[in-house]
Design a binder for this molecule. Structure first.
Ligand SMILES: [Zn+2]
Length: 337
């Protein structure tokens, strides 16, 4: 996912409201209460030419096919402060320092080599995840037996990020069923990208992406075929709230994460979406996630959105930031609390 995500955010500048970062800063003296981020990408290295970014863009812009079209639709805005990318070669180190400061444990997704680098650097804070998709090239698959080894001997705990929507295919497509069957057999949760993508310009940059393939109800056939499968709907199926609530109602093995959407859409809309999930009765199945990439302070910023949500009780905030993911991932919470 990462190369396209980089493209997605090059030069984008979106409005940032700052009260969040300030509230967060107060918390750093004593050890902050634990947080689980269920959606981080194992990227590292250099991001030349990457501009500062302002989260929670206020709008998307139209483009004209007769003219040169930018690869993203975020309106260009000024914001104070923007989030800045790391210095060359410093990204992983910077994010791990942030995780230490914020007391975050994260599920980190990527190819096994990239994930291992993160795991080696911070063994206690990284829960490794990998998927059957080989990079962003549509249709490329990791061999089933190779993936079986990753999950039986390699220490991988979550199968993701699965981005079939970028290929324009449904998670219930028979061509990928064997992978989900493997996850069910091994009792490994799956994490599937559903909903967001393309930053308002999927038509320009991702010809195979289909908004309709982000419909959470597309999981129904898959879940019926694999009744024990545990599913993390990444990006909470945004913006299909009715379909997302329908799936949550129909299947008690389904959780959502709020990654990506929490900082990449207008703030009023983000809060409304999370509030709908909670008001719908699913406060136990909403998990915190960032889609952490490129900007190390993105994690702190995203946590602050939950911490400052006036529609959530303190208990609901703790559930979203930690307890729900601990239950979903079956983390032993009796130690180290
Ligand atoms: Zn995603």
């Amino acid at each position: 996912m990462s190369s396209c995500l980089i493209k997605r955010f090059l030069c984008c500048a979106v409005l940032l409201s700052l009260d969040a970062g300030i509230a967060l800063a107060q918390n750093t003296e004593a050890k902050a209460p634990p947080v689980i981020d269920v959606h981080v990408h194992a990227m590292d290295g250099n991001f030349p030419g990457l501009a500062a970014m302002c989260p929670n863009s206020s709008k998307f812009t139209a483009s004209d096919p007769k003219e040169k079209e930018e690869p993203f639709g975020w309106v260009k805005e000024q914001c104070t402060p923007a989030l800045y990318p790391s210095a060359p070669g410093e990204y992983m180190k910077d994010v791990l320092a942030e995780m230490e400061r914020l007391n975050v444990t994260a599920v980190v997704f990527g190819d096994p080599k990239s994930v291992q680098k993160w795991k080696d650097a911070a063994p206690a804070r990284i829960i490794p995840g990998t998927s059957f998709q080989n990079g962003m090239t549509p249709g490329q698959r990791v061999a089933l037996e190779e993936l079986r080894k990753d999950f039986t001997n390699g220490g991988y705990k979550v199968m993701g990020e699965i981005g079939l929507q970028y290929e324009g295919i449904s998670p219930s497509d028979p061509s990928v069923d064997a992978y989900f069957a493997l996850a069910e057999e091994l009792d490994i949760p799956v994490a599937v990208h559903m909903g967001t993508g393309g930053s308002g310009r999927a038509n320009v940059t991702m010809p195979k992406f289909r908004g309709s393939m982000g419909n959470p109800l597309l999981f129904e056939e898959l879940l019926a075929r694999h009744p024990k499968l545990r599913l993390q709907v990444m990006h909470a199926g945004y913006p299909m709230i009715e379909e997302m609530l329908t799936l949550l109602q129909a299947n008690s093995h389904v959780y959502v994460d709020v990654a990506g959407l929490i900082w990449s859409y207008p703030i009023k809309e983000v809060n409304r979406y999370i509030e709908r999930l909670v008001d719908g009765g699913f406060e136990d199945r909403v998990m915190f996630g960032t889609d952490q990439l490129l900007w190390p302070k993105l994690m702190a910023y995203s946590i602050s959105i939950i911490q400052n949500a006036d529609y959530l009780t303190p208990q609901q905030k703790r559930d979203i930031l930690y307890n729900n993911a601990a239950r979903f991932l079956r983390i032993d919470t009796t130690q180290g609390k």
